[in-house]
Write a protein that binds this ligand. Structure first.
Ligand SMILES: [Zn+2]
Length: 370
């Protein structure tokens, strides 16, 4: 059983965004690897808190989590609430510590190891049609990101000699404790600006608009997040660029309803088509398909078109398209039609006789999910 995200942060459900941020700040400081060198339990707690915060700080993800729990993020391959590595966690710190204390150069840290500064992540939303989701698509999207302005040069920080860390000795009741903290002079990057051109910010960066090509695999779902590595903001000096996080938004389809990888289609036919049989063209995610409805079809019958659903994200198999047959009852009748149906009502042949091999509604539902 995965631990509850609210429990991890010591919060109750319904906590506000400010409370979540505050609780995470506390945990991040308490279990920070720099404070707990070599302590695996602390590291585990540090990672868990970061993962909980990643979900609960994002209004969309929080809503999904509140409704579905951990299941909301399962089955998504490498996306969404999957495991976070230390780089991801430290890159979150830009948002949490707001550039104060932990430095304005984005994320860094790590128990004694020197770490290259990482630029902050960028987040965008991409709206996809069901057809694009079914077939996979390449989107070209304009993104405003910070890059190193050409002509910017950096030199080694003299305060920390380029290590990005300063060591402090504190006296505690347990004795002298050595802690290392990020260097405030360089924000932990180990480098400071030597020269920057006009138009560059204090870190030697400038904002540019770039077109980023994003390959979206078939089978993604609303709320999933894809990561385009290195397409976030660049970091100063020899730091590494942050990532571009792409949140998937699924547009509603006029005819088809998605349920996991299966699709549902409501087909309406008339009394006479049900009695005589019919041939109808319906929309699928891979174009139109003609289906044949046998004569004598019952309302509620489900026709399964194998493989006409959404491909699974991991590349194995495809969902089906389930066509639900609904026999449409006219809401008004003229005199002639009324006489016709009154005659039919008296005819024994028109009396319902569902025992002749017909499955009940509940049996059909059971079949559908087996
Ligand atoms: Zn420094």
């Amino acid at each position: 059983m995965k631990e509850d995200f609210y429990d991890i942060l010591g919060l109750s459900k319904g906590a506000t965004a400010a409370e979540i941020k505050k609780a995470y700040r506390k945990k991040a400081i308490e279990f920070h690897p720099d404070k707990n060198p070599g302590d695996k339990t602390a590291e585990e707690k540090f990672k868990k808190a970061a993962e909980a915060y990643e979900i609960l700080s994002d209004p969309d993800k929080k809503a999904r989590y509140d409704q579905y729990g951990h299941q909301a993020f399962e089955g998504g391959g490498g996306f969404g609430g999957g495991g976070m590595n230390m780089d991801d966690i430290f890159s979150q710190f830009g948002d949490i510590f707001g550039g104060g204390g932990f430095g304005g150069f984005g994320g860094f840290g790590g128990g004694g190891r020197q770490r290259r500064a990482k630029g902050s992540n960028l987040r965008i939303h991409v709206k996809l049609t069901l057809e694009e989701i079914a077939n996979g698509v390449e989107k070209r999207i304009k993104v405003k990101r910070k890059i190193q302005a050409s002509g910017t040069t950096y030199k080694t920080c003299s305060t920390c000699n380029g290590s990005g860390q300063v060591t402090r000795i504190t006296n505690t009741i347990l004795g002298r404790m050595q802690t290392s903290a990020p260097c405030t002079a360089c924000g932990g990057s180990g480098q400071i600006i030597d020269h920057k051109p006009a138009g560059a910010d204090a870190q030697g960066l400038k904002v540019v608009e770039e077109t980023v090509s994003i390959k979206i695999p078939a089978g993604v779902e609303d709320g999933m997040q894809l990561k385009v590595s290195g397409k976030g903001n660049e970091a100063p000096g020899d730091g590494i660029a942050g990532d571009l996080l792409v949140a998937i938004e699924e547009q509603e389809h006029a005819e088809l309803q998605r349920e996991g990888n299966n699709l549902h289609y409501d087909l309406y036919i008339s009394f006479s088509e049900a009695a005589l049989g019919a041939s109808r063209e319906i929309d699928t995610v891979s174009g139109k398909v003609r289906i044949k409805i046998e004569e004598g079809v019952q309302s509620g019958k489900i026709l399964r078109l194998r493989g006409k659903g959404i491909p699974s994200l991991n590349g194995y198999g495809k969902g089906d398209l389930l066509v639900h047959v609904n026999v449409w009852t006219p809401k008004t009748l003229n005199k002639e039609q009324r006489e016709f149906f009154e005659k039919m009502t008296k005819d024994d042949h028109f009396r319902p006789n569902p025992d002749s091999g017909e499955k009940s509604f509940f049996e059909k539902v059971k079949d559908m999910f087996s």
